[in-house]
Design a protein around this ligand. Sequence first.
Ligand code: HEC
Length: 120
Amino acid sequence: MYKWIMSGLIVVVCLFGVGLLLNNLPAKERPAEPSASSAIPDRPVDAAAAEPIYKSNCLSCHGDQLQGGVGPELTKVGSTMSKESIYKQIANGGGGMPKFKGRLSDDEIVTITTWLAAKK
Ligand code: HEC
C-alpha cells in the first residue's frame, strides 16, 4: 500500500516537473524575439521631421552633408546597415558615439532611423 502511494506521488511530481518545463521554456524565449526585430515600425520617410533632429544631434560628428567627421560617413548607410542596426547604433551608441535612448524619444529615433535607412 505504502509503495503504491509513493510511486503515485513520484509520478505526480514528474508530471508536475514536465509541466513546469513545458510552460517555462517558451516563456523564457518569448521576450527576446519581438524586441529584436519588430521594434521598428514601418513608416514612410519623413525628411522634414528627420533633418532638424539630425542637425541638432548628429551633424557635429557626421557632417552637414552626412559626409562624416568624427563619426563615419552616412550618405549610403542604408546600403551597408540594416534598419535594426541603425536603430541600435542610435539608441545604444558605442564606438565613440553617445547613446540617444533617453535623449531622443523612441518616435524621434524611429524617424531618423527610417530616414537614414533610405540613404542608399
Ligand atoms: C560625438 C559624436 C557623434 C554623435 C553626436 C553622433 N554620432 Fe553616430 N557615430 C559616431 C562614431 C564615432 C561612430 C562609429 C562607431 C563605431 O565605429 O562603432 C558612429 C556611428 C554611427 C552609425 C553607424 C555608421 C556605420 O557605418 O557604422 C550611425 C548610423 C550613426 N552613427 C548615426 C548617428 C545619428 C543618427 C546621430 C544623431 C542622432 C549620431 N550618429 C550622432 C559619432 C557620433
